[in-house]
Design a protein around this ligand. Structure first.
Ligand code: SF4
Length: 470
């Protein structure tokens, strides 16, 4: 039988990556294989097109959170037009956060009518039947049963997610680490964020469903599980809150490492902080997005905490685990951000000394309250603040990494390094990236992939280390 191929191009966050794994599983159940060269092009926009041309089904899983999301998405659709023109039987599907927005769907209909399937972030379970319909339409056209129109777009967007659908297939991208969704949606309505409108209100999976998945992953060789949700601290199902869930996952045999993301500072409880003292397998790392160090800006972002309460949280975390790795997100140039507000942010950076941070220049998302705020920060001012912040954050990261030099850490070996195939790559319990040159005569140490090995850190960069087996 002729082999059919798929390519899924994923923009955005881990939630999208997890959804893409589910869609890959659906396609593989239907007999499709991952397109040759897919690895180079899965991160949307990175590819040179070989996998796109080789794929029979192309899925673009979109994100509306990052800057210039609209431009990037519509630019990508423009590129795909040529691929579709070269082979009209190819199926192009788009989904994700962008397609949850009516204005985006209208634009796809008007400007990209050759797209075959449009569905949203809240109904990916609709994908297989929509694909079957699209294939049937194409067959009907080629056999003369359907009008010979080149365009037959089918759209199914749900305004709210219904019951959580369990048991969907999955094709994991990593053999030894996995994301496990514990909840969907968000109720927080930060004024800059589109997620509550595109992924709906919070819904938690049952502990049984999560534990079944964790056990199955462990049985399949997964060592590290990241529990995933827009705000894991809000998890609640059947009387079980997030700290209790974490302890249940901690008891699953074979799961050697547990991480979670994302944790909203306003809901980070003492019970969860206590897990860092008592859970066996919880990694000493936390991603705790602060966004700004100005209490006034935080209020206008509707974040629900102050600079002082955030600092109190990081103190408590370090009381629980002195060298816990703390990472964060910042938005620079939020409407109305003054020099004094920005100084507060820089002051917070000096106090916390983050291990790493993702920094974003504010850009408005249509449909969010902040997009209507009038007091925009001038581009030049925002860029200057951004550059100053990134420089200082990187200095601190490097200083913290240098302080780890010579230390021996347990590293979960993930596979060959992306930058140097003769090296192995892996992460410390705190999540720091280490590239390891296997000793002479050990080859690439392929047998060590999936093992947790003691590694001495011998060189420190800003974003990664070099190490050797200890
Ligand atoms: S917590 Fe705020 S920033 Fe995070 S997804 Fe929810 S609304 Fe968006």
């Amino acid at each position: 039988m002729e082999c059919k191929y798929y390519l899924i191009e994923t923009l955005g966050c881990q939630m999208n990556e997890r959804d893409s794994e589910t869609m890959a599983g659906m396609l593989e159940e239907l007999g499709y294989g991952r397109a040759p060269d897919a690895a180079a092009e899965e991160r949307a926009g990175d590819g040179r097109g070989a996998a796109r041309h080789g794929a029979d089904v192309i899925v673009v899983n979109t994100c509306s959170v990052r800057e210039n999301a609209d431009n990037r998405f519509f630019g990508l659709l423009g590129q795909l037009k040529h691929v579709k023109e070269a082979d009209p039987d190819k199926i192009v599907a788009v989904c994700g956060c962008m397609t949850q927005q009516r204005r985006v769907v209208d634009e796809i209909r008007n400007k990209f009518p050759w797209v075959d399937i449009v569905f949203g972030a809240m109904n990916i379970e609709a994908f297989p039947s929509m694909l079957a319909d699209a294939l049937e339409k194409r067959r009907g056209i080629s056999e003369g049963r359907e009008p010979a129109t080149p365009y037959a777009m089918s759209v199914d967007i749900r305004p709210e997610r219904g019951e959580i659908v369990e048991g969907l297939p999955s094709r994991r991208r990593h053999a030894h680490k996995a994301f496990v969704n514990i909840m969907y949606g968000c109720d927080n309505f930060c004024t800059y964020c589109i997620v509550p409108y595109t992924r709906g209100r919070e819904r938690s999976r049952t502990p049984d469903a999560i534990l079944d998945e964790a056990r199955a992953l462990a049985a399949d060789g997964v060592k590290e599980i990241t529990l995933l949700g827009q705000n894991v601290n809000s998890y609640r199902a059947g009387g079980v809150g997030f700290p209790s869930l974490l302890r249940l996952v901690d008891d699953v045999p074979g799961v050697a490492r547990i991480r979670f993301m994302t944790s909203h500072p306003k809901d980070l409880s003492d019970g969860l902080i206590d897990c860092y003292r008592t859970a066996q397998n919880l990694c000493p790392s936390i991603h705790l997005p602060v966004q700004s160090g100005s209490t006034d800006v935080l209020r206008r972002m509707n974040r629900g905490y102050s600079k002082e309460s955030y600092l109190a949280l990081t103190d408590k975390l370090r009381d629980a685990w002195s060298d816990i790795v703390i990472t964060t997100d910042f938005i620079v140039g939020f409407p109305g951000e003054t020099d004094a507000d920005f100084d507060d942010t820089m002051d917070l950076i000096e106090s916390v000394r983050f291990d790493a941070a993702f920094t974003f220049l504010y850009s408005p998302r249509a449909g969010t309250p902040a997009a209507e705020y009038g007091d925009r920060v001038a581009d030049a001012v925002a860029h200057a603040r951004f550059d100053r912040m990134v420089k200082r954050l990187n200095e601190i990261t490097k200083e913290k990494n240098l302080a780890m030099l010579g230390g021996v850490y347990d590293v979960l070996i993930e596979g060959p390094s992306k930058t140097d195939k003769t090296m192995l790559t892996g992460r410390t319990p705190g999540g720091k990236l280490v590239n390891i040159r296997p000793p002479e005569g050990v080859g690439r140490g392929a047998s060590r992939v999936g093992d947790i090995m003691a590694v001495r850190l011998t060189e420190a960069g800003t974003f990664s280390f070099i190490g050797e087996f200890a």
